[in-house]
Write a protein that binds this ligand. Structure first.
Ligand code: HEC
Ligand code: HEC
Length: 337
């Protein structure tokens, strides 16, 4: 009798697991055929110049869409490098994603794609082939129509570079996270504005930049290390970045070093409160990167305008202060804890 019950239970569990396995394998690469926003690329030099400001500054595409660590450091220092992609981001147990070639090369770059496909990626996080990407990585879904047009117009104006990059790879755990969580789901109806708040030192502009352009909120919020969903108050810091062995090796820093984001709400002990005036905040940003392996896009942000940096300072200072003392932003993890 007991044997029978046991056997029955094992069979049921095995069937459920098999069902789950088949379900994940069939669902993880679901394709979306949603329409793209109705936008048109421009050849106007003022529009292209604004696109360049966004790509190499606040929207920091140059931090990721590069082909080597060498070019990553160059881009950070403001040296022009091709956006030919290929840097591999390890996502722990989920697998890896690879940044794409954004130059207009017709074989390996965005020359293969229509403007609609690129606009749809930026607005809805749906890749040109219809697969969902990760909105958190490029939270441009609420970026204004005019800024999307500026960015894609600039990308189209760059010299093409032929560089084939490998595609993303998901483990079974990665496929399951894609299937069951919201981390890799497109954004249905982001309600993006037609025009961005004008470049001026306003709270409204600061909110727009920190959420949908610079992604300060993406990093300066504590997140689940598996699904990247927020598990702490916005802007209060605490997200941890594990060592990136290849990058640490390239930069010759200790491979045990982790980074952690500080609190940038206006609590008296926060990293934000170190800067009493917009001028002090701007001075810090103009210095750029001080910690060589910090994941923060210091180079691109250091080239933001005074208006934009002041807008960010004002917006962050308008937030509800959250008490969260982050004493160490660089640390070695004690695995015993
Ligand atoms: C934090 C790193 C990061 C930043 C910043 C970033 N990207 Fe990406 N981008 C990626 C990764 C990684 C992928 C591949 C995503 C995937 O596999 O789902 C990607 C994919 C894309 C794609 C889809 C191309 C394809 O063939 O699937 C486009 C278009 C794109 N990015 C444009 C941009 C633009 C424009 C910017 C700046 C406004 C930008 N990205 C900023 C990392 C980044
Ligand atoms: C890719 C992740 C990432 C993004 C995006 C990011 N940060 Fe950070 N930030 C960090 C990390 C990690 C640190 C701690 C290491 C360091 O100081 O570089 C940090 C440090 C800081 C500090 C403390 C600097 C100091 O010298 O004490 C401030 C202020 C800050 N960030 C503000 C911002 C603002 C404002 C934005 C958006 C414009 C932003 N961060 C975007 C990861 C990020």
């Amino acid at each position: 009798m007991i044997k029978k019950i046991l056997l029955g239970t094992v069979t049921v569990i095995a069937a459920v697991l098999l069902g789950l396995y088949i379900f994940v394998e069939l669902s993880w690469d679901k394709k979306y055929d949603w329409p793209a926003p109705n936008l048109k690329v421009s050849t106007d030099s003022a529009v292209i110049a604004r696109g360049k400001y966004l790509v190499t500054g606040p929207a920091h595409c140059v931090s990721c869409h590069i082909s080597s660590f060498d070019n990553m450091v160059k881009a950070d220092n403001g040296v022009p490098v091709p956006l030919d992609g290929g840097i591999v981001f390890q996502m722990g147990p989920l697998g890896q994603i690879v940044t794409r070639n954004l130059t207009p090369d017709p074989k390996t770059g965005i020359g293969r794609y229509s403007d609609e496909q690129i606009f749809r990626m930026m607005r809805h996080a749906i890749r040109p082939d219809g697969m969902a990407s990760m909105p958190l990585l490029m939270p441009f879904f609420k970026m204004a129509d005019s800024d999307l047009v500026a960015i894609v117009s600039y990308l189209r104006s760059m010299p093409p570079v032929e560089h084939e990059v490998a595609d993303a790879h998901y483990t079974f755990v990665g496929k399951a996270v894609r299937t069951f969580t919201n981390t890799f789901k497109p954004v249905k109806d982001p309600q993006a504005p037609a025009e961005a708040p004008p470049m001026a030192p306003t709270i409204e502009r600061g909110e727009y930049l920190t959420h949908y352009v610079c992604n300060c909120i993406g990093c300066h919020t504590k997140r689940d290390p598996m699904t990247y969903e927020a598990i702490g108050p916005e802007f209060a810091g605490g997200m941890e970045f594990e060592p990136w062995p290849e990058l640490h090796e390239f930069l010759k820093v200790d491979k045990r070093l982790w980074a952690r984001t500080p609190n940038i709400t206006p609590d008296p002990n926060s990293a934000l409160s170190k800067f009493k005036t917009p001028e002090e905040f701007i001075t810090r940003f103009r210095q750029g990167r001080l910690i060589s392996f910090s994941p923060m896009d210091w180079g691109p942000f250091s080239r933001m305008s005074d208006e934009d940096l002041t807008a960010i300072w004002k917006y962050l200072n308008s937030l509800q202060p959250v008490k969260n003392d982050i004493t160490e932003t660089v640390f070695i993890k004690d695995e015993k804890k």
